[in-house]
Design a binder for this molecule. Structure first.
Ligand SMILES: Nc1ncnc2c1ncn2[C@@H]1O[C@H](COP(=O)(O)OP(=O)(O)OP(=O)(O)O)[C@@H](O)[C@H]1O
Length: 418
């Protein structure tokens, strides 16, 4: 690890100026004050922490805890009212929807504008243009003004540019769960690749599963202050317990709005309010892990999942997908309707998938966990790969799966001609 942090908050905080409504201005004027004396709102206070190159930090907290404010300070789109925020390197931020875009300009023009704000020259953008367009999947809409884009399309464009500029720090505010199933999966893969290349990540998400997956450390914000900060494996379960203790009703989703967007195929039903993956665990012969070793035909694969369902989606579907290392699907198993069912008032549900005598040949495989809506048309969340399994085998079978079927000796030629 480099000895210099790439991002440093030193007693940093943010107080928003008071809302200068006409009534307040009149009140101040009558009282003879030059400034509104009602005071501002302190959204963050005295935060100190550091992020080193290649590290990933998750930010969790209730609505209004100050997460977006923290991310904006880190991105440099807000300045601290007290303390300091130091950063160096190229920062790519996916913050509020549409921020950074000129709505009147086309998608193509916005790629240049957006990349320029991240320090890329026109030439550098041109070198990457094709891959940015390809990744966004918006080639046909590229010469239309961004104001005509749906929210899902805007996120795709922003995500595509932000992750194509070789950032030193990638800041993501919830954006990962937006986009249709295919795009969201590619976004996951892209963030993983950036992490492997050493990009530091700051991720704020209400989907704790994402934080669990991407971030080795987590900062839990409560009313603008750090409530807990440490390894994700410690902080996220504590935060989950806290959420459970609140017996929080999920924020009511505007169902008709969600359905309209889903109907356009632009947004997956990926609303954390509807259903979310809380935790998953893959084990081979009883050993839990992300890199597991076993024997073909003998080992027993188990996947345990814990999710949270809601009234709007009480019986989602879970699936396990086994693929080759390169991502080619070898097999999948979808749970039957009714297997996933709320177990308590908070909507926690648990399910297990068992695959004894694993019918795979020697090799390395990835195991993915998916959460879909009941009719399996939309994927809420997935993590693929969630774990890798590496199998040893005796014999000379070819190909990834162990083809069932039996040989038997025959006494005569049974091949019937004509
Ligand atoms: N521009 C602003 N002016 C005044 N107050 C603001 C402003 N932006 C945010 N706030 C207030 O600061 C507090 C923290 O807001 P912030 O958006 O950072 O929270 P958050 O944790 O990201 O919430 P959420 O999970 O709902 O997105 C909130 O009480 C909010 O009302």
């Amino acid at each position: 690890m480099s000895s210099n942090p790439i991002l440093r908050f030193a007693e940093a905080g943010k107080t928003y100026p008071p809302q200068r409504t006409p009534l307040r201005q009149l009140w101040s004027h009558l009282r003879g004050h030059g400034r509104d004396s009602l005071g501002g709102y302190t959204a963050l206070q005295n935060l100190s922490f550091e992020v080193y190159p290649g590290q990933s930090l998750g930010i969790v907290g209730l609505n209004g805890a100050g997460k977006s404010t923290l991310l904006q300070l880190a991105a440099g789109t807000l300045t601290p009212s007290h303390g300091q925020v130091h950063s160096h390197g190229r920062i790519a931020a996916l913050l509020e929807l549409g921020s950074g875009f000129n709505p009147e300009a086309t998608g193509r023009e916005n790629i240049y504008l957006y990349a320029a704000t991240m320090g890329l020259s026109r030439e550098q953008v041109e070198q990457r243009l094709d891959s940015i367009i390809e990744f966004s999947g918006l080639r046909n809409a590229l010469d239309m003004p961004v104001k005509t884009y749906s929210s899902g399309m805007q996120v795709r464009l922003a995500f595509s540019v932000a992750t194509s500029v070789d950032p030193d720090i990638l800041i993501v505010d919830e954006a990962l769960s937006v986009g249709d199933g295919v795009f969201a999966k590619r976004s996951f893969d892209r963030v993983m690749q950036l992490r492997e290349k050493g990009t530091a990540l700051l991720l704020c998400s209400h989907a704790l599963f994402h934080v669990d997956l991407f971030c080795e450390r987590t900062l839990w914000l409560d009313q603008g202050s750090i409530c807990a900060f440490g390894p994700t494996t410690e902080v996220v379960p504590r935060y989950q317990e806290f959420l459970d203790s609140l017996n929080q009703e999920p924020a009511p989703a505007n169902q008709s709005e969600v359905q309209a967007e889903v109907a356009q195929g632009l947004l997956s039903a990926a609303r954390p309010e509807l259903v979310r993956l809380v935790r998953a665990e893959v084990s081979l012969d009883g050993t839990v892990g992300k890199e597991l070793h076993g024997h073909s035909r003998q080992s027993h694969l188990t996947v345990d999942i814990h999710l949270q369902v809601s009234e709007q989606e009480p019986h989602p579907c879970a699936a396990i997908v086994i693929s080759s290392e390169s991502g080619k699907i070898i097999g999948s198993s979808f749970c039957e309707t009714g297997v996933i069912k709320a177990h308590d008032e908070q909507g926690h549900a648990y399910a297990r998938f068992d695959l004894p005598n694993i019918p795979l040949n020697k090799g390395r495989y990835r195991v993915g966990v998916y959460l879909l809506c009941k009719d399996m048309r939309y994927v809420y969340e997935w993590v693929d790969p969630f774990a890798y399994i590496e199998l040893k085998a005796a014999g000379s079978a070819q190909g990834p799966w162990l083809m069932p079927g039996e040989w038997s000796r025959q006494d005569k030629d049974v091949a019937v001609a004509g």
